[in-house]
Design a protein around this ligand. Structure first.
Ligand code: COA
Length: 280
């Protein structure tokens, strides 16, 4: 795909597209150098994701990122995308201005929390009374899906949460991908008063971190169940997986979950907005 090389674009070169099935990369050359990049990836049936949008510092505010984004959006549209999503740091004023100016809207905001070292003997959860944890079984999936729906986790946008992945049947490509990357997954449900009140999913990795934790809690039980789930995850990690960092991504509106992660020693590393642009 070529962009104009005349007028204000005379000093610039053109947008080059590198295309593979499900992946398209756009780069901008100027003065014989690669000075801009944007990647477009197929995520789901009619959903594509844009990532790696960067312009070299010497070439900013010349409209390069806007052009690269435009090329990526045109390609997504041509490929049948109905929506394009991306993630951007909450404090990245330049990128936020670019995307909002192009018509993207904010779907949700998530905090990334990180624990550098799993404690040898994690402290006991303070609110565990009456809450029991069992491994998530096949027969729990239906109730778990309802819980995730009530917790607002089924339609939050962006990458699918680990707890949602735990109730979905994994395709063989996912299984192969996990195996190649040395990932393994476990999931539990928390019960109290005879009903499911929370879900915990844990993804451990062999060599390259971080391990990942995801929790989902029935809204009326929020605040009581999260500490129990986080405690259980850290206890599961403690014996064999202490060497790597642990990360959790939590919607900022879930303040009780964020507080529970902080109480367990996690610190905030970034806040990401998920933005979307509807193409139809
Ligand atoms: C964000 C970034 C890609 C923008 O690249 P760029 O080529 O300079 O952007 P453009 O010249 O196409 O700008 C298009 C519009 O974005 C907005 N914009 C870009 N930079 C901005 C800034 N520093 N402050 C405010 N608005 C800005 C403006 O609306 C601008 O239009 P205008 O120049 O007509 O006012 C660039 O600053 C960058 O590489 N930043 C570091 C990497 C990064 O943060 N990438 C985004 C990750 S999600």
């Amino acid at each position: 795909m070529a962009a104009s090389t005349s007028g204000p674009w005379g000093m610039l070169s053109r947008v080059f597209a590198v295309t593979d099935r499900g992946f398209k990369g756009y780069v901008w050359y100027a003065d014989g150098r690669l000075v801009g990049n944007a990647s477009l990836m197929h995520a789901d049936a009619d959903l594509w994701v844009i990532a790696n949008v960067t312009t070299h510092p010497d070439y900013r505010r010349l409209g390069i990122a806007r052009r690269l984004m435009g090329a990526a959006l045109d390609a997504a549209h041509a490929a049948g995308a109905r929506q394009v999503q991306l993630q951007v740091r909450n404090d990245n004023a330049a990128a936020q201005a670019l995307y909002l100016d192009m018509g993207f809207w904010r779907m949700s905001t998530a905090a990334t929390l990180r624990l550098t070292q799993v404690p040898t003997a994690p402290p006991s959860a303070p609110h565990a009374a009456g809450i029991t944890l069992t491994a998530l079984g096949r027969s729990d999936r239906h109730v778990a899906r309802r819980l995730l729906g009530r917790a607002g986790d089924l339609d939050r946008g962006g990458p699918t949460a680990l707890t949602v992945q735990a109730i979905e049947r994994a395709g063989w490509l996912d299984v192969l991908d996990d195996w190649l990357e040395g990932k393994s997954r476990r999931a539990w449900c928390a019960r109290a008063d005879g009903d499911m009140r929370g879900l915990l999913a844990l993804q451990t990795v062999r060599e390259r971190g971080p391990h990942r934790i995801d929790v989902a809690v029935e809204p009326r039980w929020s605040g009581r169940v999260e500490p129990v789930l986080i405690d259980a995850a850290l206890r599961a990690l403690a014996p064999r997986h202490r060497g790597l960092e642990v990360e959790a991504e939590v919607e900022t509106r879930r303040t009780a979950a964020i507080a529970a992660f902080r109480d367990a020693g996690f610190r905030l590393v970034r806040v990401l907005d998920r933005l979307a642009l509807d193409l139809d």
